[in-house]
Design a protein. Structure first.
Length: 122
């Protein structure tokens, strides 16, 4: 019985950890990336560090894929020096302007945020 309870506890912790770092929507991304502004203490420092890493990895992956796409008439004109932090700030600006867009998939939300902040002049 003791082994069963230990296994159940490990499984529960694994499932909780996996759910804690899932990013599907813009809201999920904003929640995950809010760790940038949290002050770690003894009880939550590991959690905050893992959330910051998950957020940075998502933003860098999005940005890397976004820059590779070659369009003849791009709608978004990001500067060559754009960083993951710039993408994050763009997401925050869009969330304040149009909070309903945070319900979109995270990649769509970030694209909309870049379109909002860095539109190409027509």
């Amino acid at each position: 019985m003791k082994k069963f309870l230990c296994a159940l506890l490990l499984l529960t912790n694994s499932v909780m950890a996996a759910e804690d770092f899932t990013i599907h929507t813009g809201r999920d991304l904003l929640t995950m990336c809010a760790a940038f502004d949290e002050i770690p203490d003894e009880g939550n420092s590991d959690r905050i560090v893992r959330r910051v890493i998950a957020c940075a990895n998502y933003l860098n992956g999005f940005l890397g894929g976004f820059i590779v796409v070659d369009e003849k008439k791009p709608a978004v004109c990001v500067p060559s020096s754009i960083s993951a932090a710039d993408v994050w700030r763009s997401g925050l600006r869009l969330a304040r302007r149009a909070p309903e867009l945070t319900q979109q998939k995270a990649n769509i939300f970030l694209y909309a945020a870049l379109l909002y902040v860095y539109p190409c002049s027509q």
